[in-house]
Design a protein around this ligand. Structure first.
Ligand code: NAD
Ligand code: AKB
Length: 310
């Protein structure tokens, strides 16, 4: 029987739904608690309604299940955050403080909190963006993620909190829908290609962004959380890389499977966000510290996405 009990906060989202499934396989059905804002009628495992901003209820749930690790996934993503800046700042920061404080007080032992490539900004070197570089994000989301990274490192240094983090690229998967990001087009395009054989992209044709298949994102997350503490040398957040492509390149890959597929481009406000982010990422620290290596490239991901969505 596992000695760990995990609480996933924000478990109904794009990452949470898949992560919960994986963690239940590893730790057992009864050792993973999913929590999110809404009541669910038919949850897949143990489920609690929780607003992460309600610290008292979060502590009560932690105590009820003897939770040892929290995966904090509740956040507003880049596109939504630009529409609701105050709410985004409040959720992205206060939610993190509530969880870090629980670890500082010794109520939980380990915290996972994802950062994002959004911590970089227009003055960052765009190609093969290093782990340590200029960081001047100009989106609310990126600013909150960078501040969050600084607090994670602070809580580690000052209070010995075992917090671990990854700067995810745009994530793509077939099991769950994305929730308000700039990279969401790379999921929608597969659904539209199968359903309507055409897609109107909200980013321009040559906008290269770092992306990753969900399989790899979950592999990275679980490897980092399993790594011996002494190997986790970066306590702000790790760069990781999967692949990098433009809307045109993903469309060309889809056309190999669906020759009649067409794409058109109508950039909107998300173009400005994408233009401020890296095109590709250097992940050598993650590789050196805990052996990170992705399994999927664009061609392999496209095969898998289309096969499963069909
Ligand atoms: P998502 O928007 O799909 O899911 C977030 C979940 O949090 C939702 O189910 C939502 O109901 C829940 N939530 C919102 N407010 C809450 C609150 N107050 N209390 C409890 N739950 C609340 O997001 P995601 O894509 O699964 O992302 C999870 C984390 O990973 C976020 O921190 C995000 O910034 C980060 N991330 C995601 C990506 C990506 O491409 N998906 C990339 C980089 C970083
Ligand atoms: C978004 O587009 O906001 C996310 C991210 C890269 O953080 N997918």
């Amino acid at each position: 029987m596992s000695s760990e009990t995990i609480l996933i906060i924000g478990a109904n989202g794009q990452i949470g739904l898949e992560l919960a499934e994986n963690l239940r396989t590893i730790y057992g059905e009864n050792n993973v608690v999913s929590a999110d804002l809404k009541d669910l009628n038919n949850p897949h495992g143990i489920y609690e309604r929780l607003d992460v901003l309600d610290k008292e209820r979060m502590y009560a749930i932690i105590k009820k299940y003897n939770v040892t690790q929290v995966y904090l996934l509740a956040a507003l993503l880049s596109a939504t955050a630009e529409q609701k800046p105050k709410a985004a700042w409040n959720l992205n920061m206060e939610g993190l403080f509530n969880v870090l404080d629980a670890a500082k007080e010794g109520i939980i032992k380990k915290v996972y909190w994802p950062s994002s490539i959004a911590v970089f900004g227009p003055t960052t070197p765009r190609v093969n963006t290093p782990q340590y570089t200029v960081m001047e994000p100009n989106t609310i989301y990126g600013i909150s993620k960078l501040a969050g990274e600084r607090f994670c490192e602070y809580y580690f240094q000052k209070y010995n909190v075992d917090v671990r983090s990854i700067r995810y690229p745009g994530l793509i998967g077939w099991k769950s829908a994305p929730g308000g990001g700039t990279t969401d087009y790379a999921v929608h395009i597969y659904h539209e290609a199968l359903k309507n054989k055409t897609y109107e992209c909200f980013l321009s044709e040559q906008t290269a962004l770092p992306m990753m298949y969900m399989h790899d994102a979950l592999k990275a997350t679980i490897s980092l959380m399993d790594a011996p503490a002494e190997n986790v040398k970066i306590r702000s957040s790790y760069n990781i890389s999967g692949m990098s492509f433009t809307p045109k390149q993903i469309a060309d890959e889809i056309k190999k499977h669906i020759p009649e597929f067409t794409i058109s481009y109508k950039p909107d406000f998300r173009q400005t966000i994408a233009d401020s982010w890296p095109a590709s990422i250097d992940d050598s620290y993650a590789n050196k510290d805990w052996g990170w290596k992705p399994d999927f490239d664009l061609a392999k991901m496209t095969d898998d996405m289309l096969m499963n969505l069909k």
